[in-house]
Design a protein around this ligand. Structure first.
Ligand code: ZN
Length: 454
């Protein structure tokens, strides 16, 4: 039994003062009492720590390295794709494990309790499976054992190079599986998670409408009947045009018509939707898995959060390419993108709740749903996924309640995070992951050969 005492806490019922929270030996919240005397580990402001609902861990090693252009002026993805292919010709299981551990450490230090890993790097360079088909899934799980993050592992099904079912290109050859091999891979991923604490979750992810056949999309939810189902959907204009040309419907229109979308589903990006698609998809109960920093970095477009949230749509935040891992910056980017498009201010606030409060409430609930973890609120029985803000920080001191959350989201960054627990594991203390030194050392060693060739 661990005890935390907070000056204020955002409980499932709202703000409370002088809160004493007990974490049971099973990693769940065992008790919450308000108006209590200081006791145990003392913190300033205690919040639910949301899940990071979308990540491709290995892309972290490319952060900052793809910001120049090639000579082909029409292809602004050129440097990104070129480096991605070079990485995909080289990455070893040891490197993937070290990079994933660093990503998970950074997620925890940014306030996220869970890594939902959209895991598609399965095979050897050249495309041959490893002798152990689940090698890479085991490495992601091994990273979670080091970092202590809650892991929701989503083995990704990838079959084709496009909607016309062309073969995989050289940059995709390590991702591919036919239906039979993918089913075995899901079994191996399930076994890999058995080495982790009880809060780990197995889900499944058909990559996108471009990368798998329609029968795979229709049957995806049956592969892991109790887990979350994630799918990249409507990210870029060329994707919309390709689906329209081949399947005679826009991606979201096709998905609404053909897939059993409900609260188990998380649709990633949704940056290319028409208003009627936004409103209809919001009503399914699925989560919109938003990655505002990556979507901005890749020039994807702007998700219509105003219309989606007005239609009671659910949202979560993911760091996707991991070019930058920051909860505050993701939420700020999400809100400011709406302002830039609509020439507005406080675009996502309501008359009851400020922007920061509404967004943190939404992504805590939506992230818990998308992770299949049912976390995201401070109440007895939920996983103890907790985040403590450092209220001695000069931008937070003397502030209370929703105003303090707004300062964190709009004036803050990771330096305001004091402590983070994932299912009761106290991995970030005084703003620093407890295994930071060993994790960064292994990361430096892993990326050195990748960088030597740049
Ligand atoms: Zn993605």
């Amino acid at each position: 039994m661990k005890i935390i005492w907070a000056e204020q806490a955002l409980t499932a019922e709202g703000w409370a003062k002088d809160v004493r929270l007990e974490i049971g030996t099973d990693g769940r919240i065992a008790d919450i009492q308000t108006n209590q005397r200081p006791d145990g580990h003392k913190v300033g402001t205690l919040l639910p720590a949301p899940a990071n609902s979308h990540s491709h861990a290995f892309q972290r090693a490319m952060a900052g390295l793809t910001e120049s252009r090639g000579t082909n002026v029409t292809d602004s993805f050129w440097t990104w794709r070129q480096l991605m292919f070079r990485f995909l010709d080289a990455l070893t299981p040891d490197q993937v494990e070290a990079i994933a551990a660093l990503v998970q450490m950074e997620m925890l230090e940014a306030g996220f309790a869970t890594n939902v890993e959209f895991h598609y790097l399965h095979h050897q360079p050249g495309g041959m499976p490893y002798d152990n088909l689940g090698e890479m899934a085991e490495r992601i799980a091994a990273a979670a054992e080091i970092s202590g993050i809650g892991l929701t592992l989503l083995p990704v099904h990838y079959q084709f190079g496009g909607c016309d079912q062309r073969p995989l290109g050289p940059g995709q050859i390590r991702f591919g599986n036919d239906a039979e091999q993918f089913a075995r891979l899901v079994g191996e991923a399930r076994e890999a998670l058995e080495t982790l604490p009880a809060d780990s979750v197995l889900g499944v992810a058909p990559h996108s409408l471009r990368a798998v056949g329609q029968n795979v999309l229709r049957g995806a939810a049956d592969l892991v009947p109790d887990g979350p189902v994630h799918l990249h959907l409507a990210e870029q204009l060329p994707e919309v045009e390709e689906v329209l040309a081949n399947w005679h419907a826009r991606p979201v229109e096709w998905a609404l018509e053909n897939l059993p979308i409900d609260s188990r589903w998380c649709l990633i990006h949704l940056t290319q939707m028409l208003p009627h698609e936004t409103e209809a998809l919001a009503k399914t109960g699925a989560v919109a898995g938003l990655c505002p920093l990556t979507e901005a970095s890749l020039g994807d477009g702007i998700f219509d959060a105003v219309r989606w949230m007005d239609a009671d749509g659910r949202i979560s935040i993911g760091s996707d390419s991991n070019i930058r891992i920051s909860l505050a910056e993701e939420l700020r980017q999400l809100d400011t993108s709406q302002r830039l498009r609509d020439h507005s201010r406080a675009a996502l606030a309501t008359t009851e709740h400020s922007t920061g409060r509404r967004l943190l409430d939404a992504i805590s609930a939506g992230g818990g749903q998308a992770a299949g973890r049912g976390s995201g609120r401070l109440e007895v029985g939920a996983w103890a996924d907790l985040l403590a803000l450092d209220t001695s920080h000069f931008d937070l001191a003397e502030l209370q309640g929703d105003t303090q959350l707004d300062s964190f989201v709009f004036a803050g960054d990771n330096t305001m995070i004091a402590d983070v627990w994932s299912a009761g594991r106290h991995m970030v203390q005084q703003g620093r992951h407890i295994h930071r030194d060993e994790i960064t050392k292994a990361y430096r060693k892993a990326v050195k050969p990748l960088r030597d060739g740049l």
